[in-house]
Design a protein around this ligand. Structure first.
Ligand SMILES: Cc1cc2nc3c(=O)[nH]c(=O)nc-3n(C[C@H](O)[C@H](O)[C@H](O)COP(=O)(O)O)c2cc1C
Ligand code: SF4
Ligand code: SF4
Length: 267
């Protein structure tokens, strides 16, 4: 079976988890497609199943990913799965993602959320989340999800019938109202960004990496707040830690997966 995972990963946790899944899913030859870097969407007819993977951004999918899905051609029951990483609570995030995917005509077969280290600097400063995630039982559950997914695909190939799994949400996450997630919440929360002009070397990392094209160098970075969606990529990735906000400066950065996560997901 041929598959593709469309993914958006700001700090690399989700990408790493997708690479792990692609190695462990036995009957699917899975390609990974970075929706920020690659502009040309491949012909979906050449895939039997499509994965949608991203991180929890204020208890829902990031705005960019929602737009990406909205712009996909309407499908007729194409098989799909959803996957999200998160650092603290995912709320109704996975359900919202599955809803968006279903609205485009995909048939969501299964899905999973994996708790990993926080990429959201304010959470790291406040010590919310655990840098050692996924702890043992969460990794076990992730592997169980992959095993079950292998079972679903094997029975589909053998018997031609697909089993659909109900998406699981823990009780605490169920308590989050869907309305908690709005497209501009992250932007409003992050607010204005500033640049320490002494530290900034005008390297262009922030401009090149901003997934929303909200930064231009002049010669120091300038931010277009109408385009910014508060993803913290520029803050997290500036090699000089020169970007700051009203409340956060020089602390809480998470530019890439930490070593323990790399080790756990390297199998
Ligand atoms: C802007 C922003 C908002 C976030 N919101 C949440 C959230 O509401 N709940 C949560 O559990 N984690 C939240 N996180 C943490 C990420 O979902 C988590 O660290 C994820 O693994 C990052 O994935 P990535 O490395 O693929 O970008 C947020 C991170 C960012 C940058
Ligand atoms: S990434 Fe940092 S150092 Fe590089 S241009 Fe942006 S603010 Fe300046
Ligand atoms: S300006 Fe910074 S926070 Fe805003 S979208 Fe770009 S990278 Fe994200």
């Amino acid at each position: 079976m041929k598959g593709i995972i469309f993914y958006y990963s700001g700090s690399g946790n989700t990408r790493l988890a997708c690479q792990y899944m692609s190695k462990k899913l036995e009957n699917i030859d899975l390609e990974l497609f970075n929706v920020v870097k690659n502009k040309e969407i491949p012909e979906l007819d050449s895939y039997d199943i499509v994965g949608f993977a991203t991180f929890i951004d204020f208890a829902g999918p990031p705005f960019l990913f929602e737009k990406f899905i909205e712009n996909l051609p309407q499908q007729k029951d194409k098989l799909a799965f959803v996957f999200m990483t998160f650092g603290f609570k995912y709320g109704k995030g996975l359900k919202i993602l599955a809803k968006r995917v279903s609205e485009r005509g995909f048939r969501v077969v299964t899905g999973h959320t994996l708790k990993v280290p926080e990429s959201y600097p304010p959470a790291n400063v406040r010590r919310i989340g655990n840098t050692n995630n996924p702890v043992k039982w969460r990794l076990k559950n992730f592997n169980r999800f992959i095993l079950d997914f292998n079972y679903i695909i094997r029975s589909f190939l053998d018997e031609g019938e697909i089993e659909i799994r109900k998406l699981r949400i823990s009780l605490l996450n169920k308590l989050f109202p869907e309305s908690f997630h709005t497209p501009t919440k992250a932007r409003d929360d992050m607010g204005k960004k500033f640049v320490d002009e002494v530290l900034c070397t005008e390297c262009g990392t922030c401009e090149k990496g901003c997934p929303y094209n909200a930064i231009y160098l002049d010669p120091k970075p300038k931010f277009d707040m109408t385009k910014c969606f508060g993803c913290w990529y520029c803050y997290n990735h500036c090699p000089e830690k020169a970007i700051y906000t009203k409340k956060f400066r020089g602390k809480g950065h998470y530019p890439r997966p930490n070593n323990q996560l790399k080790k756990k997901l390297s199998a």
